[in-house]
Design a binder for this molecule. Sequence first.
Ligand code: MRU
Length: 334
Amino acid sequence: MIEPIRWNTDHLLLIDQLKLPMVEVWVEIRDLHQGAAAIKDMIVRGAPAIGVTAAYTYALAFQNKAYSKDYAAEVRSILVATRPTAVNLFWAVDEMEKVAEANQSNLYDSLLEHAKKIHSDDISMNKKIGTHALSLFPKKLKVLTHCNAGSLATGGYGTALGVIYSAFAEGLVEKVWVDETRPFLQGARLTAYELQKAGVPNTLICDNMSASLMAKGEIDLVVVGSDRIAANGDVANKIGTYALAVLCQYHKIPFYVAAPSSTIDFDMVSGDDIPIEERAKSELGVFNGKQIVHDLENIYNPGFDVSPCHLVSGIITEQQVHHFPYIKSLQSCK
Ligand code: MRU
């Protein structure tokens, strides 16, 4: 399985997700600005992977610096300005801030140790998510996933793909339909590649093909990841996820969300409160370096959408499979 994030003695190594699947190139991150740029430019992406990278970058920011409140505030503001929707980023920065304040005499070592813990905890939470999800596979199923919520999107193993890996290991996955995930193509470039490497049978489709596959009985279950889950269970995830949730309800197909509890934002009462990243118009209007539309300005490109909680069959965390009403059930993740 691909390992997307590695610590190497005194610096961070990230697999360059902009270059996958053609080449596996590792990028060295040695300071705060390199780490923040890697998140912003999507060399690393996926909510939990962004959180893990932010934690290591926070440690790097204090590699040769003493603690001061002003500098800690600067580090925070540079990191949280990178991607607005993935709450794991804010969660990781909060965690690292607490460690910095409490360990000013042994600052860098304490921060590095905590970043490594956030990384390894993320992998173990994903494995637990995979184990809990087995109860959702009564038999061998045909599964669809959107975007990339795999090893590449996390510290390792994956959330939605973690569910698929665990079920596949038990002989419970017939095949995986991979949404290409317009416009950034995380499904086509990353998920299809990851599943292929892991030996899981998969087929790539355009996002607009899922409805007809559902109508033909070719999809038994949909599982996706999440960037932020509100206290009521509304789920923000890659644009196009809401359309899948609606389609699943119409076709009576279970729609599951897999995420660690660090993805739940109890400050967000509902999905209406979740900030949605608006991305560059060129992601739609430019293809292979060439403008393909008449008007490059007349484009709207939100990176995420919100699926209301009543459309979600279950939220799988490292603790359990939560069911509606989520407002009660998710409290155990606090
Ligand atoms: O814009 P991205 O590639 O960072 O978006 C990623 C997703 O939407 C994932 O589904 C989500 O972060 C969950 S990853 C385990």
